[in-house]
Every structure is written in structure tokens, then in C-alpha cells.
Design a binder for this molecule. Structure first.
Ligand code: URA
Length: 205
């Protein structure tokens, strides 16, 4: 068994699970990172959002989606009639992956091995929360949940059942919207993102 499996199974609530994840050493990312950034939100949230991995701000503050991508997510949630306090937000990988460039920390994508090492934590969050809807933000999140390669453009914007009866919804990652340069595409893509989140809002009781 991977070292974390028994820790994961012994946790009977989210606080316990998050506490156990603080000492996770299942991949190499724990060492350079400041801390584990676990998911947060109500224990019985009807909607769970999965992102990619914590960035610089998340690593420093110890909370998911608090940097620029998180601020965009908060705004889009609001425009879709949702609020951050109502939903559970987590990541496929729970440590920041970076290299130093002078005194700046440069973000790197997580490798497949990091996603695989973290998968048990994500599964355990899903088992405890049992959301009605699981929203996957971007390809890394979708691939971790669905365990197969995912093309966002072909998968997004429609609801489909996952193996545990939760409904799944794939959409873009908010950092994709931050990277767009052209003002028209930025507005169009943001509107499409909010439309996807409106589908999610239907699951809020
Ligand atoms: N991007 C993510 O995928 N997750 C975060 O927590 C922050 C930025």
C-alpha cells in the first residue's frame, strides 16, 4: 500500500483528513513547498470544484484558489448565482510545484506522478463530501477524476454521471481566461465559463 492509503481510510471526517494530508510525502513536491494546501468548504457541500494545484499565493496562505485565478473564479461564481462559501473547492495536486528564478518562484505544471500520488486524497474528499455535482476545472482536474485523457473543448458544458452517481461537469480552468490577450476572446470565453457555472448553480439547494 502507498504510505498514505491507511491514513486516508482512517479519516472519518474532513478535518481529520486535512490534518493527515499535512504530513503527506507521497511525492517529491512536499519538500520545496511551504505546506499542503488542502480543499476547503462545507462538509456536505452539494457542489465540489476540483482545480489543478496551488500556486504561489495558495502556497503562502495555505488555502486553495486565493490568488489571481481564485479571484476570477469568485467573480464568475457570483455572476452565475453561486457563492464560494456554499461550495467545496480543492485541487488534483495539493502542493505547489515551482523552481527558483533568481528570487522569484516560477510555477510548473504538475507531472503525472504528482497527480497519481495525490489521487487518494481527492477520492477521500469525494467519499466524505458526496457532492451532487463535481465540477472539473481544466484538463488536469478532469484527467485525475476520469482517469483518462480529456479534451476540454469536446467534454465541457454538459452534465454526465460519474461512477459513484455524482454528476460530472467539465469546464475550463480560470487561469486559461487570465492568459487570453485579446479583449473579445477574453469576454466571450468568460461568458462561456459563467454559462457553465450556471449549469452548476442548478445543483445548489
Ligand atoms: N489554480 C489552481 O488550479 N488551484 C489553485 O488553488 C490556484 C490556482
Amino acid at each position: 500500500l502507498p504510505p498514505q492509503r491507511k491514513d486516508v481510510e482512517a479519516a472519518s471526517n474532513l478535518a481529520m483528513l486535512a490534518a493527515r494530508a499535512m504530513d503527506c510525502r507521497a511525492c517529491a513536491l512536499w519538500q520545496p513547498a511551504s505546506r499542503t494546501v488542502f480543499g476547503e468548504g462545507p462538509e456536505h457541500a452539494p457542489i465540489m470544484f476540483v482545480g489543478k494545484q496551488p500556486g504561489d499565493q495558495e502556497d503562502l496562505q495555505g488555502r486553495p484558489f486565493v490568488g489571481p485565478a481564485g479571484q476570477l473564479l469568485d467573480r464568475a461564481l457570483q455572476d452565475a448565482g453561486l457563492h464560494r462559501d456554499q461550495i467545496y473547492v480543492t485541487n488534483a495536486v495539493k502542493h505547489f510545484h515551482f523552481t527558483w528564478n533568481g528570487n522569484r518562484r516560477l510555477h510548473h505544471k504538475p507531472e503525472a506522478e504528482h497527480v497519481a500520488a495525490c489521487h487518494e486524497w481527492l477520492n477521500a474528499e469525494r467519499r466524505l463530501i458526496r457532492p451532487a455535482l463535481l465540477v472539473m476545472l481544466g484538463a488536469t482536474a478532469a484527467q485525475s477524476v476520469l482517469q483518462q485523457p480529456v479534451t476540454i473543448s469536446r467534454t465541457r458544458s454538459r452534465l454526465f454521471p460519474l461512477e459513484d452517481q455524482t454528476q460530472g461537469l467539465v469546464t475550463v480552468h480560470p487561469s486559461y481566461l487570465l492568459r487570453l490577450r485579446d479583449e473579445d476572446s477574453k469576454q466571450r470565453e468568460y461568458a462561456h465559463f459563467v454559462e457553465d457555472l450556471r449549469l452548476a448553480a442548478g445543483y445548489m439547494m
